[in-house]
Design a protein around this ligand. Structure first.
Ligand code: M6R
Length: 617
Protein backbone atom coordinates (compact mmCIF):
# COMPACT_ATOMS: atom_id res chain seq x y z
CA UNK A 1 0.00 0.00 0.00
CA UNK A 2 2.97 2.31 0.41
CA UNK A 3 4.24 4.31 -2.54
CA UNK A 4 7.88 4.10 -3.50
CA UNK A 5 10.00 5.96 -6.00
CA UNK A 6 13.66 5.76 -6.98
CA UNK A 7 15.70 8.02 -9.25
CA UNK A 8 19.13 8.09 -10.84
CA UNK A 9 19.94 10.98 -13.16
CA UNK A 10 20.94 14.61 -12.88
CA UNK A 11 21.27 16.62 -9.68
CA UNK A 12 17.54 17.02 -9.11
CA UNK A 13 16.66 13.97 -7.01
CA UNK A 14 14.90 16.01 -4.34
CA UNK A 15 12.38 17.56 -6.78
CA UNK A 16 11.86 14.32 -8.71
CA UNK A 17 11.28 12.30 -5.53
CA UNK A 18 8.93 14.81 -3.90
CA UNK A 19 6.99 15.19 -7.19
CA UNK A 20 6.76 11.41 -7.51
CA UNK A 21 5.61 11.04 -3.90
CA UNK A 22 2.94 13.67 -4.47
CA UNK A 23 1.46 11.45 -7.18
CA UNK A 24 1.82 8.32 -5.06
CA UNK A 25 0.40 9.79 -1.87
CA UNK A 26 -2.92 8.11 -2.61
CA UNK A 27 -1.20 4.81 -1.78
CA UNK A 28 -0.59 5.79 1.83
CA UNK A 29 -0.23 9.00 3.78
CA UNK A 30 0.85 8.04 7.30
CA UNK A 31 4.38 9.35 6.78
CA UNK A 32 6.81 10.25 4.01
CA UNK A 33 10.56 10.33 3.59
CA UNK A 34 13.40 10.60 1.10
CA UNK A 35 17.09 9.66 0.97
CA UNK A 36 19.49 11.40 -1.41
CA UNK A 37 23.20 11.03 -2.06
CA UNK A 38 24.28 14.66 -2.31
CA UNK A 39 26.90 16.16 -4.62
CA UNK A 40 29.36 15.78 -1.71
CA UNK A 41 28.87 12.00 -1.79
CA UNK A 42 27.06 11.86 1.56
CA UNK A 43 23.78 9.99 2.03
CA UNK A 44 21.14 12.01 3.89
CA UNK A 45 17.57 11.26 4.83
CA UNK A 46 14.56 13.36 5.81
CA UNK A 47 11.36 11.75 7.01
CA UNK A 48 8.26 12.75 8.92
CA UNK A 49 5.02 11.28 10.22
CA UNK A 50 1.90 12.74 8.63
CA UNK A 51 1.10 13.90 5.14
CA UNK A 52 3.73 14.56 2.51
CA UNK A 53 3.36 18.33 2.87
CA UNK A 54 5.10 18.16 6.26
CA UNK A 55 8.16 16.65 4.60
CA UNK A 56 7.98 19.13 1.70
CA UNK A 57 7.83 22.07 4.13
CA UNK A 58 10.78 20.70 6.07
CA UNK A 59 12.88 20.22 2.93
CA UNK A 60 12.03 23.79 1.88
CA UNK A 61 12.83 25.21 5.32
CA UNK A 62 16.18 23.52 5.67
CA UNK A 63 17.40 22.93 2.14
CA UNK A 64 18.60 19.40 1.52
CA UNK A 65 21.75 19.06 -0.63
CA UNK A 66 20.60 17.77 -4.01
CA UNK A 67 22.14 14.91 -5.91
CA UNK A 68 21.59 12.48 -8.76
CA UNK A 69 20.62 9.40 -6.72
CA UNK A 70 17.66 9.06 -4.40
CA UNK A 71 14.70 7.08 -3.11
CA UNK A 72 11.40 8.21 -1.59
CA UNK A 73 8.53 6.60 0.29
CA UNK A 74 5.00 7.39 1.36
CA UNK A 75 3.74 5.00 4.02
CA UNK A 76 0.58 3.16 4.97
CA UNK A 77 1.51 1.80 8.37
CA UNK A 78 1.56 -1.97 8.99
CA UNK A 79 4.28 -2.79 11.54
CA UNK A 80 4.64 0.11 13.92
CA UNK A 81 2.52 3.21 14.34
CA UNK A 82 2.86 6.23 12.03
CA UNK A 83 5.75 8.03 13.74
CA UNK A 84 8.88 9.79 12.49
CA UNK A 85 11.00 6.84 13.62
CA UNK A 86 8.89 4.30 11.75
CA UNK A 87 8.83 6.41 8.58
CA UNK A 88 11.02 5.21 5.70
CA UNK A 89 13.82 5.26 4.54
CA UNK A 90 15.53 3.04 7.08
CA UNK A 91 19.28 2.94 7.41
CA UNK A 92 21.80 0.10 7.43
CA UNK A 93 25.58 -0.25 7.30
CA UNK A 94 26.17 2.55 9.83
CA UNK A 95 23.97 5.02 8.03
CA UNK A 96 25.58 4.52 4.62
CA UNK A 97 22.73 2.48 3.16
CA UNK A 98 19.07 3.54 2.80
CA UNK A 99 16.15 1.20 2.15
CA UNK A 100 12.43 1.66 1.54
CA UNK A 101 9.84 -1.07 1.57
CA UNK A 102 6.26 -1.73 0.52
CA UNK A 103 4.64 -4.93 1.82
CA UNK A 104 5.04 -7.14 4.84
CA UNK A 105 8.07 -9.26 5.74
CA UNK A 106 6.31 -12.06 7.56
CA UNK A 107 9.41 -13.65 9.12
CA UNK A 108 10.95 -10.37 10.30
CA UNK A 109 10.92 -11.38 13.98
CA UNK A 110 12.98 -14.54 13.30
CA UNK A 111 15.33 -12.61 11.02
CA UNK A 112 15.78 -9.92 13.64
CA UNK A 113 16.63 -12.51 16.29
CA UNK A 114 19.18 -14.16 13.97
CA UNK A 115 20.65 -10.79 13.09
CA UNK A 116 21.06 -9.81 16.74
CA UNK A 117 22.80 -13.12 17.42
CA UNK A 118 25.26 -12.54 14.57
CA UNK A 119 25.62 -8.77 15.17
CA UNK A 120 24.62 -8.01 18.76
CA UNK A 121 25.60 -4.34 18.45
CA UNK A 122 22.99 -3.61 15.78
CA UNK A 123 20.87 -0.66 16.86
CA UNK A 124 17.21 -0.64 15.82
CA UNK A 125 15.54 2.75 15.80
CA UNK A 126 12.06 1.71 14.65
CA UNK A 127 9.43 -0.96 15.23
CA UNK A 128 9.21 -1.84 11.54
CA UNK A 129 9.84 -5.07 9.69
CA UNK A 130 11.54 -2.95 7.03
CA UNK A 131 14.42 -1.88 9.24
CA UNK A 132 15.41 -5.52 9.65
CA UNK A 133 15.80 -5.71 5.87
CA UNK A 134 17.89 -2.50 5.88
CA UNK A 135 20.36 -3.98 8.37
CA UNK A 136 20.46 -7.34 6.58
CA UNK A 137 21.27 -5.68 3.25
CA UNK A 138 23.80 -3.46 5.04
CA UNK A 139 25.70 -6.46 6.41
CA UNK A 140 25.47 -8.24 3.06
CA UNK A 141 26.95 -5.14 1.39
CA UNK A 142 29.90 -5.28 3.78
CA UNK A 143 30.63 -8.74 2.35
CA UNK A 144 29.86 -8.18 -1.33
CA UNK A 145 30.57 -4.46 -1.86
CA UNK A 146 27.69 -4.40 -4.34
CA UNK A 147 24.08 -3.40 -3.68
CA UNK A 148 22.58 -5.77 -6.28
CA UNK A 149 24.43 -8.79 -4.88
CA UNK A 150 23.65 -7.76 -1.31
CA UNK A 151 19.94 -7.37 -2.01
CA UNK A 152 19.87 -10.66 -3.89
CA UNK A 153 21.38 -12.44 -0.90
CA UNK A 154 18.75 -10.97 1.42
CA UNK A 155 15.57 -11.46 -0.63
CA UNK A 156 16.29 -15.18 -0.61
CA UNK A 157 15.65 -15.12 3.15
CA UNK A 158 12.46 -13.03 3.15
CA UNK A 159 8.94 -14.44 3.41
CA UNK A 160 5.92 -12.38 2.51
CA UNK A 161 5.30 -9.64 0.00
CA UNK A 162 7.69 -6.84 -0.70
CA UNK A 163 9.07 -4.25 -3.00
CA UNK A 164 12.41 -2.99 -1.72
CA UNK A 165 14.53 -0.15 -3.06
CA UNK A 166 18.07 0.25 -1.80
CA UNK A 167 20.98 2.66 -2.37
CA UNK A 168 24.40 2.88 -0.78
CA UNK A 169 26.72 5.85 -0.31
CA UNK A 170 29.71 3.80 -1.49
CA UNK A 171 27.98 3.01 -4.78
CA UNK A 172 26.48 6.35 -5.84
CA UNK A 173 24.58 6.50 -9.12
CA UNK A 174 22.88 3.16 -8.48
CA UNK A 175 19.44 2.28 -7.12
CA UNK A 176 18.42 -1.36 -6.85
CA UNK A 177 14.88 -2.71 -6.50
CA UNK A 178 13.43 -6.14 -5.83
CA UNK A 179 9.84 -7.29 -5.93
CA UNK A 180 7.66 -10.19 -4.86
CA UNK A 181 3.87 -9.84 -5.02
CA UNK A 182 4.08 -6.09 -4.71
CA UNK A 183 4.25 -3.55 -7.55
CA UNK A 184 7.36 -2.04 -9.15
CA UNK A 185 7.79 -0.50 -12.62
CA UNK A 186 10.76 1.06 -14.39
CA UNK A 187 10.56 4.43 -16.14
CA UNK A 188 13.04 4.94 -19.00
CA UNK A 189 14.24 8.53 -19.38
CA UNK A 190 16.98 10.26 -21.35
CA UNK A 191 20.08 10.16 -19.16
CA UNK A 192 17.89 9.29 -16.18
CA UNK A 193 15.88 6.30 -15.03
CA UNK A 194 13.13 5.77 -12.49
CA UNK A 195 11.67 3.05 -10.32
CA UNK A 196 8.21 3.37 -8.80
CA UNK A 197 5.20 1.51 -7.49
CA UNK A 198 3.11 3.13 -10.17
CA UNK A 199 3.82 4.95 -13.44
CA UNK A 200 2.04 8.02 -12.01
CA UNK A 201 5.26 8.77 -10.11
CA UNK A 202 7.31 9.38 -13.27
CA UNK A 203 4.79 10.00 -16.07
CA UNK A 204 5.64 13.71 -16.11
CA UNK A 205 9.23 12.76 -17.07
CA UNK A 206 8.69 9.78 -19.35
CA UNK A 207 5.89 7.60 -20.74
CA UNK A 208 8.24 4.72 -21.62
CA UNK A 209 8.02 2.00 -19.01
CA UNK A 210 9.23 -1.55 -18.36
CA UNK A 211 7.25 -4.08 -16.36
CA UNK A 212 9.16 -6.13 -13.81
CA UNK A 213 7.99 -9.69 -13.12
CA UNK A 214 7.68 -11.51 -9.82
CA UNK A 215 10.85 -12.36 -7.94
CA UNK A 216 13.06 -10.08 -10.00
CA UNK A 217 15.75 -7.56 -9.14
CA UNK A 218 16.39 -4.41 -11.15
CA UNK A 219 19.47 -2.22 -11.05
CA UNK A 220 19.29 1.26 -12.55
CA UNK A 221 21.94 3.84 -13.24
CA UNK A 222 21.35 7.05 -15.21
CA UNK A 223 22.07 5.21 -18.48
CA UNK A 224 21.47 1.51 -17.83
CA UNK A 225 18.75 -0.83 -16.62
CA UNK A 226 19.42 -4.47 -15.89
CA UNK A 227 17.03 -7.06 -14.54
CA UNK A 228 17.81 -10.46 -13.06
CA UNK A 229 15.67 -13.02 -11.28
CA UNK A 230 16.24 -14.02 -7.67
CA UNK A 231 18.46 -16.88 -8.93
CA UNK A 232 20.70 -14.44 -10.78
CA UNK A 233 19.51 -15.32 -14.32
CA UNK A 234 19.24 -12.43 -16.75
CA UNK A 235 15.71 -11.22 -17.65
CA UNK A 236 14.46 -9.18 -20.62
CA UNK A 237 11.71 -6.93 -19.27
CA UNK A 238 8.67 -6.09 -21.37
CA UNK A 239 8.38 -2.45 -22.53
CA UNK A 240 5.05 -0.59 -22.67
CA UNK A 241 3.97 2.97 -23.24
CA UNK A 242 1.81 4.79 -20.70
CA UNK A 243 -1.34 5.80 -22.60
CA UNK A 244 -2.23 8.83 -20.48
CA UNK A 245 -0.22 11.93 -19.73
CA UNK A 246 0.45 13.89 -16.61
CA UNK A 247 -2.57 16.17 -17.03
CA UNK A 248 -4.82 13.13 -16.51
CA UNK A 249 -3.31 12.74 -13.05
CA UNK A 250 -3.84 16.40 -12.08
CA UNK A 251 -6.94 17.89 -10.44
CA UNK A 252 -7.48 20.32 -13.32
CA UNK A 253 -9.42 22.91 -11.34
CA UNK A 254 -11.69 20.46 -9.49
CA UNK A 255 -11.98 20.70 -5.71
CA UNK A 256 -10.82 17.10 -5.33
CA UNK A 257 -9.63 14.19 -7.43
CA UNK A 258 -12.86 12.43 -6.54
CA UNK A 259 -15.00 15.27 -7.95
CA UNK A 260 -12.92 15.21 -11.11
CA UNK A 261 -13.11 11.44 -11.40
CA UNK A 262 -16.91 11.38 -11.00
CA UNK A 263 -17.14 14.00 -13.75
CA UNK A 264 -15.06 11.69 -15.95
CA UNK A 265 -17.46 8.75 -15.65
CA UNK A 266 -19.13 9.24 -19.03
CA UNK A 267 -15.71 9.31 -20.68
CA UNK A 268 -14.50 6.31 -18.66
CA UNK A 269 -17.40 4.22 -19.97
CA UNK A 270 -17.07 5.54 -23.52
CA UNK A 271 -13.33 4.80 -23.60
CA UNK A 272 -13.90 1.31 -22.26
CA UNK A 273 -16.39 0.60 -25.06
CA UNK A 274 -14.31 2.25 -27.78
CA UNK A 275 -13.16 -0.06 -30.57
CA UNK A 276 -14.69 -3.13 -28.97
CA UNK A 277 -17.59 -3.76 -31.32
CA UNK A 278 -18.22 -4.04 -35.00
CA UNK A 279 -21.45 -4.42 -36.95
CA UNK A 280 -23.60 -4.62 -33.80
CA UNK A 281 -21.42 -7.33 -32.25
CA UNK A 282 -18.97 -7.12 -29.38
CA UNK A 283 -15.38 -7.93 -30.34
CA UNK A 284 -12.83 -8.44 -27.63
CA UNK A 285 -9.50 -9.01 -29.37
CA UNK A 286 -7.95 -9.77 -25.98
CA UNK A 287 -10.00 -13.00 -25.95
CA UNK A 288 -9.19 -14.00 -29.52
CA UNK A 289 -8.63 -17.73 -29.74
CA UNK A 290 -10.60 -18.37 -26.54
CA UNK A 291 -13.95 -19.22 -28.15
CA UNK A 292 -13.63 -22.99 -27.71
CA UNK A 293 -12.69 -22.58 -24.08
CA UNK A 294 -15.58 -20.16 -23.47
CA UNK A 295 -18.01 -22.60 -25.08
CA UNK A 296 -16.77 -25.35 -22.82
CA UNK A 297 -16.88 -23.63 -19.41
CA UNK A 298 -19.77 -24.52 -17.15
CA UNK A 299 -19.31 -21.97 -14.37
CA UNK A 300 -17.75 -18.57 -13.71
CA UNK A 301 -16.33 -17.30 -10.45
CA UNK A 302 -15.88 -13.52 -10.19
CA UNK A 303 -13.38 -12.25 -7.63
CA UNK A 304 -12.79 -8.78 -6.25
CA UNK A 305 -12.76 -6.67 -3.10
CA UNK A 306 -14.82 -3.66 -2.06
CA UNK A 307 -16.20 -1.70 -4.97
CA UNK A 308 -14.74 -4.18 -7.45
CA UNK A 309 -16.80 -6.96 -5.87
CA UNK A 310 -19.96 -4.88 -6.34
CA UNK A 311 -19.26 -4.33 -10.02
CA UNK A 312 -18.71 -8.10 -10.06
CA UNK A 313 -22.25 -8.62 -8.72
CA UNK A 314 -23.61 -6.59 -11.63
CA UNK A 315 -21.44 -8.67 -13.96
CA UNK A 316 -23.08 -11.79 -12.51
CA UNK A 317 -26.61 -10.53 -13.21
CA UNK A 318 -25.72 -9.64 -16.81
CA UNK A 319 -23.65 -12.72 -17.64
CA UNK A 320 -26.23 -15.12 -16.20
CA UNK A 321 -29.06 -13.38 -18.03
CA UNK A 322 -27.34 -13.05 -21.37
CA UNK A 323 -24.99 -16.05 -21.53
CA UNK A 324 -27.05 -18.47 -19.38
CA UNK A 325 -24.18 -19.76 -17.30
CA UNK A 326 -23.96 -19.88 -13.48
CA UNK A 327 -21.82 -17.13 -11.98
CA UNK A 328 -20.68 -16.82 -8.38
CA UNK A 329 -19.17 -13.66 -6.95
CA UNK A 330 -16.76 -14.03 -4.10
CA UNK A 331 -14.60 -11.68 -2.07
CA UNK A 332 -11.04 -12.48 -3.07
CA UNK A 333 -9.84 -12.80 0.54
CA UNK A 334 -12.49 -15.42 1.36
CA UNK A 335 -11.93 -17.43 -1.79
CA UNK A 336 -8.61 -19.16 -1.44
CA UNK A 337 -8.83 -19.98 2.24
CA UNK A 338 -11.93 -22.13 1.91
CA UNK A 339 -10.45 -24.66 -0.52
CA UNK A 340 -12.88 -23.81 -3.33
CA UNK A 341 -13.98 -26.46 -5.80
CA UNK A 342 -12.34 -25.58 -9.10
CA UNK A 343 -11.79 -27.47 -12.30
CA UNK A 344 -10.77 -26.93 -15.89
CA UNK A 345 -14.35 -25.96 -16.85
CA UNK A 346 -14.41 -23.08 -14.35
CA UNK A 347 -13.49 -19.60 -15.53
CA UNK A 348 -12.22 -17.09 -12.97
CA UNK A 349 -12.69 -13.38 -13.67
CA UNK A 350 -10.87 -11.08 -11.28
CA UNK A 351 -11.69 -7.39 -11.05
CA UNK A 352 -9.26 -4.79 -9.79
CA UNK A 353 -8.84 -1.12 -10.58
CA UNK A 354 -5.25 -1.04 -9.37
CA UNK A 355 -4.38 -4.55 -10.47
CA UNK A 356 -2.27 -4.78 -7.33
CA UNK A 357 -4.77 -5.74 -4.61
CA UNK A 358 -2.95 -8.49 -2.75
CA UNK A 359 -6.07 -10.47 -1.81
CA UNK A 360 -7.17 -10.59 -5.44
CA UNK A 361 -3.69 -11.38 -6.71
CA UNK A 362 -3.39 -14.30 -4.28
CA UNK A 363 -6.83 -15.55 -5.30
CA UNK A 364 -5.85 -15.44 -8.98
CA UNK A 365 -2.62 -17.29 -8.23
CA UNK A 366 -4.61 -19.89 -6.29
CA UNK A 367 -7.00 -20.39 -9.22
CA UNK A 368 -4.13 -20.70 -11.69
CA UNK A 369 -2.45 -23.33 -9.55
CA UNK A 370 -5.70 -25.29 -9.70
CA UNK A 371 -5.49 -25.22 -13.50
CA UNK A 372 -8.27 -22.64 -13.96
CA UNK A 373 -8.28 -20.17 -16.85
CA UNK A 374 -8.18 -16.60 -15.52
CA UNK A 375 -9.30 -13.31 -17.05
CA UNK A 376 -8.81 -10.00 -15.29
CA UNK A 377 -10.70 -6.74 -15.61
CA UNK A 378 -8.14 -4.13 -14.73
CA UNK A 379 -7.62 -0.37 -15.05
CA UNK A 380 -3.84 -0.23 -14.70
CA UNK A 381 -1.65 -1.22 -17.61
CA UNK A 382 1.04 -3.71 -16.80
CA UNK A 383 -0.29 -4.26 -13.25
CA UNK A 384 0.58 -7.51 -11.53
CA UNK A 385 -2.90 -9.05 -11.66
CA UNK A 386 -3.19 -8.22 -15.36
CA UNK A 387 0.20 -9.78 -16.04
CA UNK A 388 -0.52 -12.90 -14.04
CA UNK A 389 -3.91 -13.56 -15.63
CA UNK A 390 -4.25 -15.56 -18.83
CA UNK A 391 -6.05 -12.63 -20.46
CA UNK A 392 -6.95 -9.09 -19.48
CA UNK A 393 -9.84 -6.84 -20.45
CA UNK A 394 -8.59 -3.36 -19.64
CA UNK A 395 -10.99 -0.66 -18.54
CA UNK A 396 -9.92 2.68 -19.92
CA UNK A 397 -11.07 4.90 -17.07
CA UNK A 398 -7.72 6.72 -16.86
CA UNK A 399 -5.80 7.09 -13.62
CA UNK A 400 -7.99 6.98 -10.51
CA UNK A 401 -6.23 8.88 -7.76
CA UNK A 402 -8.92 9.44 -5.09
CA UNK A 403 -8.93 6.55 -2.66
CA UNK A 404 -12.65 5.95 -3.14
CA UNK A 405 -13.32 4.19 -6.41
CA UNK A 406 -15.88 5.90 -8.69
CA UNK A 407 -15.19 6.05 -12.41
CA UNK A 408 -13.43 2.69 -12.21
CA UNK A 409 -16.69 1.13 -10.97
CA UNK A 410 -18.78 2.17 -13.97
CA UNK A 411 -15.93 1.27 -16.33
CA UNK A 412 -15.72 -2.19 -14.72
CA UNK A 413 -19.45 -2.69 -15.21
CA UNK A 414 -19.08 -1.65 -18.87
CA UNK A 415 -16.22 -4.14 -19.36
CA UNK A 416 -18.18 -6.95 -17.68
CA UNK A 417 -21.23 -6.21 -19.82
CA UNK A 418 -19.04 -6.33 -22.92
CA UNK A 419 -17.76 -9.68 -21.73
CA UNK A 420 -21.34 -10.88 -21.07
CA UNK A 421 -22.38 -9.97 -24.62
CA UNK A 422 -19.23 -11.53 -26.05
CA UNK A 423 -19.88 -14.75 -24.14
CA UNK A 424 -23.53 -14.78 -25.22
CA UNK A 425 -22.43 -14.51 -28.85
CA UNK A 426 -19.86 -17.29 -28.49
CA UNK A 427 -22.36 -19.56 -26.73
CA UNK A 428 -25.25 -18.59 -28.99
CA UNK A 429 -27.56 -17.61 -26.14
CA UNK A 430 -28.76 -14.26 -27.51
CA UNK A 431 -29.98 -13.66 -31.01
CA UNK A 432 -28.21 -11.06 -33.10
CA UNK A 433 -31.02 -8.51 -32.79
CA UNK A 434 -31.20 -8.69 -28.99
CA UNK A 435 -27.47 -8.53 -28.71
CA UNK A 436 -27.19 -5.50 -31.00
CA UNK A 437 -29.95 -3.70 -29.06
CA UNK A 438 -28.18 -4.31 -25.75
CA UNK A 439 -24.89 -3.12 -27.20
CA UNK A 440 -26.58 0.03 -28.51
CA UNK A 441 -28.02 0.67 -25.10
CA UNK A 442 -24.62 0.17 -23.47
CA UNK A 443 -23.21 2.73 -25.88
CA UNK A 444 -25.93 5.20 -24.86
CA UNK A 445 -24.86 5.08 -21.19
CA UNK A 446 -22.17 7.82 -21.35
CA UNK A 447 -24.61 10.47 -22.64
CA UNK A 448 -27.26 9.47 -20.08
CA UNK A 449 -24.70 9.46 -17.29
CA UNK A 450 -23.73 13.02 -18.21
CA UNK A 451 -27.32 14.14 -17.58
CA UNK A 452 -27.39 12.40 -14.18
CA UNK A 453 -24.28 14.34 -13.15
CA UNK A 454 -26.16 17.59 -13.80
CA UNK A 455 -27.96 17.05 -10.46
CA UNK A 456 -24.71 17.58 -8.56
CA UNK A 457 -25.77 20.90 -6.98
CA UNK A 458 -29.03 19.51 -5.62
CA UNK A 459 -27.25 16.50 -4.19
CA UNK A 460 -24.64 18.78 -2.60
CA UNK A 461 -27.43 20.76 -0.96
CA UNK A 462 -28.99 17.62 0.48
CA UNK A 463 -25.60 16.40 1.73
CA UNK A 464 -24.97 19.73 3.46
CA UNK A 465 -28.35 19.57 5.20
CA UNK A 466 -27.51 16.06 6.34
CA UNK A 467 -24.00 16.76 7.62
CA UNK A 468 -24.98 15.71 11.17
CA UNK A 469 -26.57 12.43 10.13
CA UNK A 470 -25.35 9.46 12.12
CA UNK A 471 -26.63 6.55 10.03
CA UNK A 472 -27.98 6.06 6.52
CA UNK A 473 -29.56 2.95 5.03
CA UNK A 474 -29.60 2.01 1.33
CA UNK A 475 -32.16 -0.31 -0.25
CA UNK A 476 -32.10 -1.88 -3.70
CA UNK A 477 -33.47 -4.94 -5.35
CA UNK A 478 -32.00 -7.12 -8.13
CA UNK A 479 -29.43 -4.89 -9.90
CA UNK A 480 -30.31 -2.12 -7.46
CA UNK A 481 -28.85 -4.20 -4.60
CA UNK A 482 -25.17 -3.84 -5.62
CA UNK A 483 -25.85 -0.11 -6.07
CA UNK A 484 -27.17 0.02 -2.48
CA UNK A 485 -24.04 -1.77 -1.26
CA UNK A 486 -21.80 0.63 -3.18
CA UNK A 487 -23.70 3.69 -1.90
CA UNK A 488 -23.23 2.48 1.67
CA UNK A 489 -19.53 1.73 1.17
CA UNK A 490 -18.89 5.19 -0.26
CA UNK A 491 -20.60 6.86 2.69
CA UNK A 492 -18.72 4.77 5.27
CA UNK A 493 -15.30 5.28 3.80
CA UNK A 494 -15.64 8.97 2.98
CA UNK A 495 -17.91 10.46 5.64
CA UNK A 496 -17.26 7.94 8.47
CA UNK A 497 -21.01 7.50 8.87
CA UNK A 498 -22.57 4.19 9.68
CA UNK A 499 -24.20 3.02 6.47
CA UNK A 500 -25.70 -0.30 5.40
CA UNK A 501 -26.89 -1.53 2.04
CA UNK A 502 -29.73 -4.07 2.02
CA UNK A 503 -31.58 -6.08 -0.57
CA UNK A 504 -35.01 -4.46 -0.33
CA UNK A 505 -36.68 -7.88 -0.15
CA UNK A 506 -34.71 -8.58 3.02
CA UNK A 507 -36.22 -5.59 4.80
CA UNK A 508 -38.98 -7.51 6.56
CA UNK A 509 -36.51 -10.20 7.63
CA UNK A 510 -34.81 -7.87 10.09
CA UNK A 511 -33.49 -4.51 8.90
CA UNK A 512 -36.91 -2.84 9.12
CA UNK A 513 -36.37 -2.82 12.89
CA UNK A 514 -33.78 -0.08 12.30
CA UNK A 515 -36.38 2.30 10.91
CA UNK A 516 -37.43 5.03 13.30
CA UNK A 517 -38.76 8.51 12.66
CA UNK A 518 -36.30 10.58 10.62
CA UNK A 519 -34.03 7.66 9.64
CA UNK A 520 -32.67 8.53 6.16
CA UNK A 521 -33.05 5.70 3.65
CA UNK A 522 -31.91 5.87 0.05
CA UNK A 523 -33.99 3.64 -2.20
CA UNK A 524 -32.90 2.65 -5.70
CA UNK A 525 -36.17 2.24 -7.57
CA UNK A 526 -36.31 0.18 -10.76
CA UNK A 527 -38.09 1.46 -13.85
CA UNK A 528 -41.89 0.98 -13.78
CA UNK A 529 -41.77 -0.12 -17.42
CA UNK A 530 -41.52 -3.72 -18.54
CA UNK A 531 -43.75 -6.63 -17.63
CA UNK A 532 -41.38 -8.16 -15.07
CA UNK A 533 -40.43 -4.88 -13.41
CA UNK A 534 -39.83 -5.08 -9.68
CA UNK A 535 -41.07 -1.50 -9.41
CA UNK A 536 -44.33 -2.36 -7.54
CA UNK A 537 -42.40 -4.39 -4.96
CA UNK A 538 -39.90 -1.63 -4.29
CA UNK A 539 -42.68 0.96 -4.04
CA UNK A 540 -44.29 -1.31 -1.39
CA UNK A 541 -40.98 -1.32 0.48
CA UNK A 542 -40.97 2.47 0.32
CA UNK A 543 -44.49 2.57 1.75
CA UNK A 544 -43.45 0.26 4.58
CA UNK A 545 -40.53 2.43 5.65
CA UNK A 546 -42.42 5.67 5.13
CA UNK A 547 -45.18 4.36 7.40
CA UNK A 548 -42.54 3.98 10.11
CA UNK A 549 -41.27 7.55 9.72
CA UNK A 550 -38.23 7.05 7.46
CA UNK A 551 -36.91 9.99 5.48
CA UNK A 552 -37.11 8.54 1.98
CA UNK A 553 -34.50 9.59 -0.57
CA UNK A 554 -35.22 8.07 -3.93
CA UNK A 555 -33.23 7.41 -7.10
CA UNK A 556 -35.89 6.74 -9.73
CA UNK A 557 -36.53 6.94 -13.43
CA UNK A 558 -37.51 10.41 -14.66
CA UNK A 559 -41.31 10.64 -14.68
CA UNK A 560 -41.91 7.89 -12.12
CA UNK A 561 -44.98 9.38 -10.43
CA UNK A 562 -45.61 6.40 -8.15
CA UNK A 563 -42.77 7.29 -5.79
CA UNK A 564 -43.67 10.97 -5.42
CA UNK A 565 -46.23 10.67 -2.60
CA UNK A 566 -43.68 8.94 -0.34
CA UNK A 567 -40.36 10.49 -1.32
CA UNK A 568 -38.76 13.35 0.59
CA UNK A 569 -36.22 13.81 -2.23
CA UNK A 570 -36.08 12.36 -5.72
CA UNK A 571 -33.00 12.18 -7.93
CA UNK A 572 -33.74 10.99 -11.41
CA UNK A 573 -32.06 8.82 -13.98
CA UNK A 574 -32.99 8.74 -17.67
CA UNK A 575 -34.97 5.85 -19.14
CA UNK A 576 -32.82 2.74 -19.40
CA UNK A 577 -33.53 -0.95 -19.35
CA UNK A 578 -32.94 -2.83 -16.12
CA UNK A 579 -29.36 -3.95 -16.63
CA UNK A 580 -28.16 -0.41 -17.38
CA UNK A 581 -29.91 1.39 -14.52
CA UNK A 582 -27.09 0.75 -12.01
CA UNK A 583 -24.54 2.51 -14.22
CA UNK A 584 -26.72 5.61 -13.91
CA UNK A 585 -28.06 5.24 -10.36
CA UNK A 586 -24.69 4.96 -8.65
CA UNK A 587 -23.46 8.49 -9.46
CA UNK A 588 -25.89 10.36 -7.18
CA UNK A 589 -24.80 8.15 -4.28
CA UNK A 590 -21.11 8.75 -5.00
CA UNK A 591 -21.74 12.50 -5.14
CA UNK A 592 -23.80 12.39 -1.94
CA UNK A 593 -21.02 10.62 -0.01
CA UNK A 594 -18.36 12.97 -1.35
CA UNK A 595 -20.36 16.11 -0.58
CA UNK A 596 -21.34 14.92 2.87
CA UNK A 597 -17.68 14.25 3.66
CA UNK A 598 -16.78 17.70 2.32
CA UNK A 599 -19.55 19.27 4.45
CA UNK A 600 -17.95 17.63 7.48
CA UNK A 601 -14.60 19.13 6.52
CA UNK A 602 -13.03 15.75 5.76
CA UNK A 603 -10.34 14.97 3.22
CA UNK A 604 -12.40 13.54 0.38
CA UNK A 605 -9.46 12.12 -1.56
CA UNK A 606 -7.64 10.58 1.35
CA UNK A 607 -10.03 9.17 3.95
CA UNK A 608 -8.51 8.10 7.24
CA UNK A 609 -6.93 4.64 7.64
CA UNK A 610 -7.32 3.79 3.95
CA UNK A 611 -5.01 3.45 0.98
CA UNK A 612 -5.80 3.29 -2.70
CA UNK A 613 -4.40 -0.12 -3.38
CA UNK A 614 -4.33 -2.67 -0.63
CA UNK A 615 -1.10 -4.48 -1.33
CA UNK A 616 -0.97 -6.36 1.94
CA UNK A 617 -3.23 -9.23 3.00
O1 M6R B 1 -7.74 -1.72 -6.83
P1 M6R B 1 -8.91 -2.61 -6.55
O2 M6R B 1 -10.05 -2.38 -7.47
O3 M6R B 1 -8.53 -4.07 -6.48
O4 M6R B 1 -9.41 -2.20 -5.10
C1 M6R B 1 -10.44 -2.92 -4.49
C2 M6R B 1 -10.90 -2.24 -3.23
O5 M6R B 1 -9.85 -2.12 -2.31
C3 M6R B 1 -11.46 -0.85 -3.53
O6 M6R B 1 -12.52 -0.89 -4.44
C4 M6R B 1 -11.96 -0.21 -2.22
O7 M6R B 1 -13.09 -0.88 -1.75
C5 M6R B 1 -12.24 1.28 -2.42
N1 M6R B 1 -11.78 1.99 -1.27
C6 M6R B 1 -13.69 1.56 -2.62
O8 M6R B 1 -13.95 2.90 -2.83
Amino acid sequence: MCGIVGYVGTDRSVEVLLGGLRRLEYRGYDSAGIAVIGGDGELRIRKHAGKLQILVDDVERQAMPNGGTGIGHTRWATHGSPTDANAHPHLGDNGKLALIHNGIIENFAELKAELLTAHPDTVFTSETDSEVAAHLVGYAFQETGDVTQALRAVVAKLHGAFTLLVMHQDQPGVVVGARRNSPLVIGLGEGENFLASDVAAFVEHTRRALAIGQDQIVTITSRTVSVIDFDGGSVEPEEFEVTWDVSAAEKGGWSSFMAKEISEEPEAVANTLLGRSTGGEVRLPELAGDDDRLKDINRIVILGCGTASYSGLLGKYAIEKWARIPVEVELSHEFRYRDPVLDARTLVISISQSGETMDTLMAVQHAKKAGVHTISVCNTQGATIARESDAVIYTYAGPEIAVASTKAFVAQVAALYLFGLHLARVRGTLDAGESAALLDELKSVPAKLATVLEQHDRIRQLAHWMADTRAVLFLGRHVGFPVALEGALKLKELAYIHAEGFAAGELKHGPIALIEPGQPVFVIVPSPRGKDSLHPKVVSNIQEIKARGARVLVIAEAGDAAVLPYADEVFTIPLASTMFEPMLAVAPLQIFAMELAAAKGLDVDRPRNLAKSVTVE
